[in-house]
Design a protein around this ligand. Sequence first.
Ligand SMILES: [Zn+2]
Length: 69
Amino acid sequence: MSLETFTGLPEGFEVPLEGPVVRCPVCGRNGVLERPLEAMPFCLHAQECTLFSDGLRTEPVDRCDLPIA
Ligand SMILES: [Zn+2]
């Protein structure tokens, strides 16, 4: 299991398979803008990655829910 943080990435950077890095309007730190289908968009600042036999799972550990614009 490893912790992946996005707060140190520059704004506008595109994280492969995740999304663009934006400045979070809620807390002011940088994070990856996630737009899950049929769910509230959120800004992801850190996630835990765990490798299972059937693939990699990621669990958000530090995120801010964004108000719908
Ligand atoms: Zn935030």
